[in-house]
Ligand binder design. Sequence first.
Ligand SMILES: Cc1ncc(COP(=O)(O)O)c(C=O)c1O
Length: 542
Amino acid sequence: MNSGCGCNAGAPKTSHLCLPVPGRDQGSGTLPFRPSWKTVDELRSIVDQGDTVEPDILIISFMALGYRYISQAAAKTDVQLDYDGPLMKTEVPGPRSRELTKQLSEIQNADAVHFFCNYEESRGNYLVDVDGNRMLDLYSQISSIPIGYNHPALLKLLQQPQNLSAFINRPALGILPPENFTAKLEESLLSVAPNGMSQIITMACGSCSNENAFKSIFMWYRNKERGHSKASKEELETCMINQFPGCPDYSILSFMGGFHGRTMGCLATTHSKAIHKLDIPSFDWPIAPFPRLKYPLEDFVKENQQEEAHCLEEVEDLIVKYRKKKKTVAGIIVEPIQSEGGDNHASDDFFRKLREIARKHGCAFLVDEVQTGCGATGKFWAHQYWGLEDPADAVTFSKKMLTGGFFHKEELRPDAPYRIFNTWLGDPSKNLMLAEVLNVIKRENLLSNVVHSGQVLYNGLQDLQARYPHLISRVRGRGTFCSFDTPSDAIRNKLIANARNKGVVLGGSGERSIRFRPTLVFREHHAHLFLNIFDGVLADFI
Ligand SMILES: Cc1ncc(COP(=O)(O)O)c(C=O)c1O
C-alpha cells in the first residue's frame, strides 16, 4: 500500500509522521507535500509549543493500515474557526443516522439522505454528523456554504440585538420593506454587482431566480416587439386563458447538460438527468449541444476549437429554426461551468462568441451563476473570466450568496408592479448575513485563497491522475471548483462512499464525475489533507 507521503523509510507507519511544508512544491508536478520525518515525540513537543509551529505546517499522522490521518493546522487564529482534522467513530451513515433516516422515511421519501448532521458542532470546513463523525466537507451543502460552518463573524452578527428583528419579522418585501432595505442591498448585493448591472431583485432560491429572470426576459422582449409597454385588450383577455397573443410562444434556448432548477419553466431548460424531468409537461424550447472538451486541453486545442465552433453553429441554427416555427428565442441561458450536469467547461472564447450571437439575434443573455458565483472559481463571478465587452443582460445567483435573486440591466426592469413579485421576495436577514460574508471575503482575501488552494488541489489531482489513470481522468477546474471523471457511476459512488468513511465528504456530478465544492475558507492545508486521504482511498480501491 502506498501512503503517498513519499516515505520510503522502513519504520512502521505509526512511529513517524509526515510534516509537509505546503507551497514549496507547487507546479513541480510532484505530490504537493514534502516529506520531513519526525518522531512522534518530536512532533508532540512541536505541537505543545503551539505558536512556535510554522502556521502552514500540516501534521499528518499515518496510522497503520487504516489510513486515518489527523491534521493539525498550527495557525492559532484558525482554532476557533476550524477543527484540526477528520475524526471518524463509525461508518457513515452510522447507527444514529440510520435510525433517524428510518423515522423520516415514515413521513417522506428520504432516499436521498446521506446522513444526519450536527450543525451545532460543525466548524469551518468540518461537518459533524449525529454519530460524532467529523468530516472534511468538500461538498459544503451542495456548494452553498460560503465561509464555513458557524463562522464567528456570523455568530456575532446574530448576537447583536439590533439585528434580531430581521430574523424574527420576515416581511413581504415587495410592499413593506424595512427602513434599511435599500442600504443593506447596496452594502451587500450591489457591492458585488457584475459589470453593467444596476438593478437587483431578490428571490428565495436558485430556481425561482431563474424562473423570474425568464419572465423578465419575456416581458422585455414583448415590449421590444410592440414598441411600447401597453398591452391590447385582446392580449389582456387571451393571457387569462393561456392563449396567444396574451401568452406569446417565446422560448429560452438552453444547453444539453445544463441545470437551471426544477420549477416548471426552469425544468424546460434543465437537461442534466432524466429523473428531474420525468412525467413533467414541458415546452418545446431549443436545446443546443454544449461543448464536450477533451483533456488535457493543451493536447486537443484544434479538436476542442472545432467542437466549440460546432456548438455555436447549432445555437445560431436553432435560433433561426425556432423563429421560423414562431417560437422565437427571447433569451439564452448558460452556466459558466455546467455544474450538476458533470462539470463541463468551455473556453472563455466560446462564451464571448455566444454572447455575440445573443446580441446579433436580439436575445437576452442570461448567465446562471447559482453554483459558480460567490468566489468559488477564484473570481467573484465566474463569467468575469470571459472579459465580455458587452456585459450579460442578467445574472442569477443563490447558494453561497445565501439569498437567491438576479442582477439585470435597466432594459429588463419590469414596467409595472407585481409583474415580478412574490410574497417574500427573498429575506432581509439573508442580506444582513451576506453583507457580513462579503466583509469576511474581503478582509481575509478569500478570493486569493481560493486561487491558491485551488491550484494546490488541482496540481494534486493531476498527480493522482498520473498515478491512478484507471480511476481518474479529465481533471479540470477553476479555483477550487475542480472535478475529475471516474470510469463509471458505480466506481464514482464507491469512491465517494470510501472517502466519506475516511473522513472526507465529496459530491458527484453528471454521470461519473466527482466535484469539489469546498467553502471559501478551504485552505492549502485542507487540500493537502484531502490529497493524502484520497491517495489512500485510491490505493486501497478494489
Ligand atoms: C446552476 C444552477 N442553477 C439553478 C439551480 C437551482 O437552484 P435551487 O436548487 O436553489 O432551486 C442550481 C442548483 O443546484 C444550479 O446549480
